[in-house]
Design a protein around this ligand. Structure first.
Ligand SMILES: [Zn+2]
Length: 412
């Protein structure tokens, strides 16, 4: 990975025109109110004529459109604000998880325009068969996007495992995948092969990383640094530091599910013992609550637990307390190490946050040295259980916003 710093670093060997396109589009994307051409000139230091030419290119390329002018009293034609187009390029997000497949389409402005979830236990399937089902979802998503005037500009796939630079899933213990060459298995499938310069046709990434990115861009409320925990059958974390995902040296950071919370405890699929997953993963919570997984469709596990807890079931409340305590032990270790002040509970943890939060906070206040004078916020994810697939789609459109020239070359 090359070292870049700020927007100029991301520009590579771009021309001045390409740089201006990226700067103006970035301003429009970040603005709280639709800026006029004059606003953009004032903010960027570019001349009015340059801004007008750049904006025309962005409008022609379906990246930007003029907002309806707000009615105003008095004489004079109001300046028209500029907003990201809702009928231009879009990102395709895909997710393979232990018990579901998902696809979604996000437009430039971050709006979800299509979302499908296919529930099935994928563990008995071969990776090739699971990915064939995923392609069917991608094809449907593309058709729906096209019907709304959107063009897919790339795809990102979230998987619950460790992914290398080539997109190979090196290990997804809960799916039973090892060394699965996902890009090769998906090669030749149209929605995943159409290239836009600057936007790879398909990126494969860890679900917890993409979920954390989804949360980071879900709204202005996201802090610059936080820990996002995705609690499913497995437990993964995305670490966001100063507005950027911390991937680690090889992209494999965030395996919080395998932090030991009881070093001589239950054996784990990873080969270790006493891992967090064995005490706070979905299967562990269901077992502790007396709900064998077979009795319950996988998609309803978290909702069912929440209903039982709401109704005052002692078994469910005890199971959630035990899971939250184990989670709090692991979270306290991370907070001690990284000095984070926000922990976001995502995936299947989001609906369970009212019951997981108190024991997590209790362990933080017991174990984090700075907790007494520097409180840690623990809250459910803004995107809930959809964060990974929405974050995946969003990562595609953010690449276009960061480098619009590639898309414009294709659009021309
Ligand atoms: Zn483990």
């Amino acid at each position: 990975m090359t070292t870049t710093s700020g927007p100029v670093g991301a520009v590579r060997q771009g021309s001045l025109r390409e740089l201006n396109l990226a700067v103006v589009l970035g301003r429009i994307a970040a603005a709280e109110r639709p800026p006029s051409r004059a606003d953009l000139a004032a903010e960027t230091g570019l001349t009015r004529a340059t801004v007008s030419a750049v904006v025309e290119d962005l409008i022609t390329g379906r990246l930007v459109t003029e907002a309806e002018p707000a009615p105003r009293a008095g004489a004079g034609r109001p300046a028209r604000g500029l907003v990201l187009a809702g009928d231009g390029p879009a990102g395709l997000g895909l997710e393979v998880n232990v018990d579901y497949l998902a696809a979604c389409v996000v437009d430039l402005a971050g709006r979800v325009r299509h979302h499908t979830v296919h529930r099935a236990d994928l563990r008995p399937l071969s990776p090739a068969d699971a990915l064939t089902r995923l392609v069917a979802l991608a094809v449907r998503a593309r058709a729906d996007a096209a019907a709304q005037g959107l063009t897919l500009a790339g795809a990102a796939l979230a998987v619950p495992g460790l992914v290398d630079d080539a997109g190979t899933v090196r290990l997804a213990p809960n799916l039973g995948w090892r060394d699965v060459p996902v890009p090769a298995l998906l090669a030749g499938h149209a929605p995943l092969t159409e290239r836009v310069d600057g936007v790879p046709p398909l990126v494969v990434d860890n679900e917890a990383n993409l979920a954390a990115l989804g949360e980071l861009h879900a709204g202005p409320a996201a802090p610059a640094s936080f820990l996002h925990i995705t609690g499913e059958v497995g437990i993964g974390a995305g670490i966001v530091l100063d507005g950027a995902l911390f991937r680690g040296t090889r992209g494999w950071s965030g395996e919080i599910g395998h932090i030991p919370v009881r070093p001589e405890g239950r054996p784990c699929r990873c080969g270790g013992r006493g891992c967090l997953e064995r005490y706070a993963g979905q299967e562990a919570i269901l077992a502790a609550a007396g709900l064998a997984e077979a009795d319950l469709p996988a998609d309803t596990a978290a909702t069912r637990l929440a209903e039982l807890a709401e109704a005052g079931s002692t078994a469910a409340l005890d199971a959630l307390h035990e899971a939250g305590t184990a989670l709090g032990v692991a979270v306290a270790a991370v907070v001690n190490l990284l000095d984070l002040d926000t922990v976001v509970l995502g995936g299947g943890y989001a609906p369970l946050a009212p019951w997981l939060r108190p024991p997590v906070l209790a362990e933080i206040s017991r174990r984090v040295l700075t907790a007494a004078w520097s409180p840690v916020t623990v809250r459910p994810a803004a995107l809930g259980a959809d964060a990974a697939v929405v974050g995946a789609a969003g990562s595609v459109v953010r690449r276009i916003i960061a480098w619009p020239s590639g898309w414009l070359a294709r659009a021309a």
